[in-house]
Design a protein around this ligand. Structure first.
Ligand code: ATP
Length: 240
């Protein structure tokens, strides 16, 4: 079943094109990795999907409905933005941050969400006292608190150490495989995309490829194009 259908999406900022005729769809339980160099339009794409940009051409459908005609889909989407940085003295606790996305005070939902990211013991701590990797997991918990069907993550591990990154990816895999959450994730880490994603989309203003992950990782031309771009990716693990 198609959960998301993007058809001929075109976006310009003051006459400068950021996305041009982008068409692809996302099936239920896909784990889609979107790769592309800086400025490729990944955040712009997500902003359109989340209804933050509305002056685009083309159509975006979630669950078969044009998002211009209904905002119902937003309740089924969890969004994790690029890494926000918290000051040490930021006054909110982990539980308060996660609960911000709820309409009512529901401690049960907050603690279930924190369990999914292995932070249930840190609920009372101040967000600013947590490491970068832990903070990012708090934002996944926040995105999960309303039981979304789709999780959208925008380069979620920028600036996080490699151990935290592995744990973070482990959590995403569990959410996809065990909880059946469809994941749409933009990343510069081609190694991680190779390990995690079931589908790949290559974006650089236009869509160069969309298909199953194996197809992308066996396409020498595409790999060359996306590994030699400004992404500076490490491909040594995929040369066999
Ligand atoms: N608000 C804006 N006003 C003008 N131009 C913008 C705006 N937002 C993005 N752009 C431009 O649109 C293009 C796409 O940017 P976007 O942030 O969507 O790319 P990205 O793939 O998410 O990049 P990155 O990997 O660096 O986060 C870039 O050229 C960027 O400079």
């Amino acid at each position: 079943m198609k959960l998301v259908e993007i058809d001929n999406l075109t976006v310009s900022y003051e006459g400068v094109s950021a996305l041009h005729n982008v068409t692809f769809s996302v099936e239920e339980k896909d784990f889609l990795g979107i790769i592309g160099p800086n400025g490729a339009g990944k955040t712009t794409l997500f902003s359109c999907m989340l209804g933050l940009i509305t002056n685009y051409q083309g159509t975006i459908k979630f669950f078969g409905k044009d998002i211009r005609k209904s905002v119902q889909h937003l309740k089924k989407i969890g969004y994790v933005p690029q890494k926000p940085v918290f000051e040490k003295n930021f006054p909110a606790t982990v539980e308060e941050i996660v609960g911000m996305s709820l309409d009512t005070d529901d401690t049960d939902k907050v603690s279930k969400s924190l369990q999914k990211v292995w932070l249930h013991e840190l609920g009372k701590r101040r967000i600013g006292d947590l490491s970068g990797g832990q903070q990012q997991r708090v934002f996944i918990a926040k995105a999960l608190v309303n039981d979304p069907q789709i999780l959208i993550l925008d380069e979620p591990v920028t600036g996080i150490d490699s151990q935290s990154m592995d744990f973070f990816y482990h959590i995403l895999t569990d959410l996809n495989k065990k909880e059946g959450i469809t994941i749409i994730w933009s990343s510069h880490d081609l190694d991680a995309v190779a390990r995690l994603a079931t589908k790949v989309a290559c974006l650089n203003r236009t869509l160069a490829f969309h298909g199953v992950s194996e197809e992308f990782f066996h396409n020498a031309d595409l790999l060359k194009m996306y590994s030699e771009s400004s992404m500076q990716l490490h491909m040594h693990k995929h040369e066999d």
